[in-house]
Design a protein around this ligand. Sequence first.
Ligand code: NDP
Length: 246
Amino acid sequence: MSDFHGVSVLVSGGTRGIGRAIVTAFAQGGARVTFTGRDARAAEETCAGSGAPDRCRFVAGDVSTAEAAEAAVAAAVEHGGGLDVLVNNAGITRDTLLLRMSQEDWDRVLAVNLTGAWQLTRAAARRLMKSRRGRIVNITSVVGLMGNAGQANYAASKAGLIGLTRSVARELAGRGVTANAVAPGFIQTDMTAGLPPGAADELQGRIPLGRLGTPEDVAAVVAFLAGETAGYITGQVIPVDGGMVM
Ligand code: NDP
């Protein structure tokens, strides 16, 4: 694990699941971590469980708005004395088949998963360029690579996030900022807890490593990409999926 002492990190959607594990990984590595979300009580649990509550700060807000993005970046700069690492993790699903998908289902998923990441990236870019080691890590999904029946909105948002990652990687490379994406497979969080009975077993059978992933499996790769030793990796998508996509 890299040493993150003196490093300022901003994570969107750190109140639960994968985001909480990412906050914890950075806080335990010594970083000053600012994270967003909407559930203040869950945010307290994230800080308390991180092992370094004094280095954690929560800023409430809906990631899809420009105001919340500006406020989150300002809070991270204040808390961390600048901004070195941005992790766009906040995401939602509104799954249904194409013919049943409402405009609202489409718009909301795109607004949170894709526009939210763009808002934060835009708000953070100048600060990241000022950093000696600017890093952006976007949490996409294997579904953004493969597609998935019943997830046209979600898969489009996650595929879009890959395009955003690669464009930003090209734009900011000259300023020493890397941008990469991590594509989790099926990870045990609230997002996958609602799978119908039997579906988890069926999924497990399609995973060569034979188990669903944990939030910590994903956080470890995020920390690697944000670390000092990953400075020559940019524009890449790293699946963390037990071998599902290969
Ligand atoms: P969870 O549902 O457990 O957590 C989602 C997080 O996003 C919460 O912290 C939530 O905070 C935050 N969030 C949701 N909407 C908003 C919003 N409008 N504004 C601010 N924060 C918001 O999801 P996971 O931990 O499972 O997923 C994290 C990321 O990983 C997502 O981008 C997801 O698409 C991706 N992913 C997950 C996989 C899985 O199998 N679990 C697989 C592939 C990708 P709050 O509720 O406080 O607003």
